[in-house]
Design a binder for this molecule. Structure first.
Ligand code: ZN
Length: 314
């Protein structure tokens, strides 16, 4: 009898032990804690990492990465992360120091690190440095996806098969997206493929999808647009009969409105064709809160506003 009670007690305590043991699948030890600077990078990490990652994105909708400074909370989040993903190429200009400091003790990775020099653009206004807006060429973002996959796999080799499967599926979606943008751009008459925006974010976009691109401010929003820039752009719009220009969700519309007024003083009308998601995505709950949705929104907005036959596209 005593033996039976003892045996039962042993079984019970074993059951308790098993019940109390952390469930490996859902415990925090198996989740890779990631901090991403921009929404586009956070979205990429979520797509490749799937349920194996927990991603915190530092810069939300409407936030300008060129000017963003890390808060104390950001620094503590970065310190607790398994991997910190950032864009690099000086996109996070005001975070350079903190990212460098983090790089000395944490796993940090620039999603641009595998891009070769011949793929990167170096517009003259950026004085020898590379243009950081790589996400606008979907094929370049495919390379960034592979970079993220490599770092996730280094961190947790046991999930390699999962990360590889996620990568393959996401690369398929990106390929479809790339074709969609090409097809949409192809609907525009060639002389209509001129994209005027608040800052020079669209050089990669212009190169791959066949648009001439003019930004009022330089590559970084840190450079101010002067009166001469406004005048020059206004003259360009009148001369080339550009029907529309665009504002960006992460840049103040003030300068673009100044151009519009300068164009009107020259007896020509240019419309503001809509809001483009350039350096930040839309709200998390919306379609534009994903990279795929943001790129689709941009090309639809651009083609609709610059098209001869706007109704046909809606
Ligand atoms: Zn930018």
């Amino acid at each position: 009898m005593f033996k039976r009670i003892l045996g039962l007690a042993l079984i019970l305590s074993l059951m308790l032990l098993v019940g109390c043991a952390p469930d490996k699948k859902h415990g925090s030890s198996d989740v890779i804690n990631i901090v991403a600077t921009t929404g586009m990078i956070g979205d990429l990490a979520e797509n490749i990492g799937g349920h194996r990652v927990d991603v915190i994105t530092l810069m939300g909708p409407g936030i300008d990465p060129h000017l963003y400074k890390a808060s104390e909370r950001d620094v503590s989040r970065m310190s607790g992360a398994d991997i910190i993903f950032y864009n690099g190429l000086h996109l996070e200009g005001a975070m350079a120091e903190v990212l460098e400091r983090m790089g000395q003790r944490s796993h940090t990775a620039a999603v641009s690190e595998d891009l070769s020099e011949d793929i990167l653009l170096s517009p003259p206004e950026f004085k020898g440095a590379n243009d950081p807006h790589i996400w606008f060429d979907v094929t370049i973002w495919m390379t960034a996806a592979k970079t993220v996959n490599r770092h996730l796999t280094t961190s947790r080799p046991e999930f390699k098969a999962e990360f590889d499967a996620n990568l393959t599926a996401y690369l398929d979606s990106l390929e479809t997206l790339h074709q969609f943008v090409l097809d949409m751009a192809g609907q525009l008459r060639e002389d209509r493929r001129v994209l005027i925006t608040a800052h020079d974010a669209f050089n990669y976009f212009g190169q791959v999808y066949g648009f001439e691109v003019r930004g009022l401010q330089g590559i970084s929003t840190a450079s101010e647009a002067g009166a001469a820039d406004v005048r020059e752009l206004a003259e360009f719009i009148v001369e080339r009969k550009i029907p529309a220009m665009f504002v960006e969700t992460s840049v103040s519309p003030r300068n673009i409105e100044a151009v519009k007024a300068a164009v009107e003083s020259r007896d020509y009308t240019v419309v503001i064709g809509g809001n483009l998601y350039s350096d930040a995505m839309g709200n998390k709950e919306t379609v534009e809160g994903t990279y795929l949705g943001m790129v689709r929104h941009n090309i639809r907005t651009i083609v609709t506003a610059l098209s001869d036959d706007r109704e046909k596209l809606n």
